[in-house]
Ligand binder design. Structure first.
Ligand code: PEP
Length: 247
C-alpha cells in the first residue's frame, strides 16, 4: 500500500509574511488526510518552515541539491545542509532546472544519489516536451532520463519518489488526461520493476503539471498515480488542501 504524497513546489515564490499565512493555512486544516503533505520551498525559507511545521504531520524539503558533498561550489547547497534544516524531501531534475540550468540526466542522477546517501528522499522529475510527445518519443525520453538515476541509486531505489511532469503541462493550465498520465506512470513502474520487481510496487510515482482541485480527483484515482507535485496551486492553502483531500 503506497501512501499518497501531495508535495508543493513553491518555485521562486514567497516571502516571510506570505509564507507565514500559507503555512498557518495548511496547519489550520484539522481534518484527517490519507495523503502525506509536503512543501518544497526556496532554501532561504527552510528555517522558517522548520520552525512553523516542526512537530506537525506536514513535511518539507528543498527544490534542488548539490551533487557534491561540500567544498568550493559557490551558490550550491549540500544535502547535509538540507538535512540540518529538517528536510525530508528534495526535488531534483525539475524541468526548469534541466532547461534553464542545463542539468543533464547524469547530473540529476548524481544529485539523486547524493540525496539518498544523506537520508533525504529525492523527488526525481522526468517528462517530455510537447515536441517530444508529438514525435511519439515520450516513453523513450522518460526511459533515457530515468536510466542513469536507477543506475546511480541501485538497490536504494525505494528511497526515491519519481514525479512524471510533462513539460508542456507545467504552469500552462494544460493537464495530461488521467489516461495519458496513467500510461506513462505504468511504463515508469515497468522500468523500475526491470531492476527491482518488489521495489517497483513500493516507489511512489507522482503526477505534476497543472494539477488543481478540479482535476486532482480523476488523476489521483489512476492505479499508478500515487500523488502529485503541485506548483501554482500549492501557493494557495485552500487549493493545496483540496488536492490533498482528493488523494
Ligand atoms: C511544478 O512546478 O512542478 C508544477 C507541476 O507546476 P504547476 O502545478 O504550476 O503546473
Amino acid at each position: 500500500m503506497r501512501t499518497p504524497l501531495i508535495a508543493g513546489n513553491w518555485k521562486m515564490n514567497g516571502g516571510l509574511a506570505s509564507n507565514a499565512t500559507l503555512l498557518a493555512g495548511l496547519l489550520g486544516d484539522k481534518t484527517e488526510l490519507s495523503a502525506e503533505l509536503a512543501v518544497c520551498v526556496p532554501a532561504p525559507y527552510l528555517a522558517q518552515v522548520q520552525s512553523a511545521l516542526g512537530g506537525s504531520p506536514v513535511r518539507w524539503g528543498a527544490q534542488d541539491v548539490s551533487a557534491h558533498e561540500r567544498g568550493a561550489f559557490t551558490g550550491e547547497v549540500s544535502a547535509e545542509m538540507l538535512q540540518e534544516f529538517g528536510c525530508s524531501y528534495v526535488i531534483v531534475g525539475h524541468s526548469e532546472r534541466r532547461s534553464y540550468h542545463a542539468e543533464s540526466d547524469e547530473l540529476v542522477a548524481q544529485k539523486a544519489l547524493r540525496a539518498v546517501t544523506t537520508g533525504l528522499t529525492p523527488i526525481v522529475c522526468v517528462g517530455e516536451t510537447l515536441e517530444e510527445r508529438e514525435q511519439g518519443a515520450t516513453d523513450a525520453v522518460v526511459a533515457r532520463q530515468l536510466a542513469p538515476v536507477l543506475d546511480a541509486v541501485g538497490t536504494q531505489l525505494t528511497s526515491m519518489v519519481i514525479a512524471y511532469e510533462p513539460v508542456w503541462a507545467i504552469g500552462t493550465g494544460k493537464t495530461a488526461t488521467p489516461d495519458m498520465a496513467q500510461q506513462v506512470h505504468a511504463r515508469i513502474r515497468v522500468l523500475i520493476a526491470e531492476r527491482d520487481a518488489e521495489g517497483a510496487q513500493q516507489v511512489r510515482l507522482l503526477y505534476g503539471g497543472s494539477m488543481k482541485p478540479d482535476n486532482a480527483k480523476d488523476l489521483l484515482a489512476m492505479p499508478d498515480i500515487d500523488g502529485g507535485l503541485i506548483g501554482g496551486a500549492s501557493l494557495n492553502a485552500p487549493d493545496f488542501l483540496a488536492i490533498a483531500h482528493a488523494a
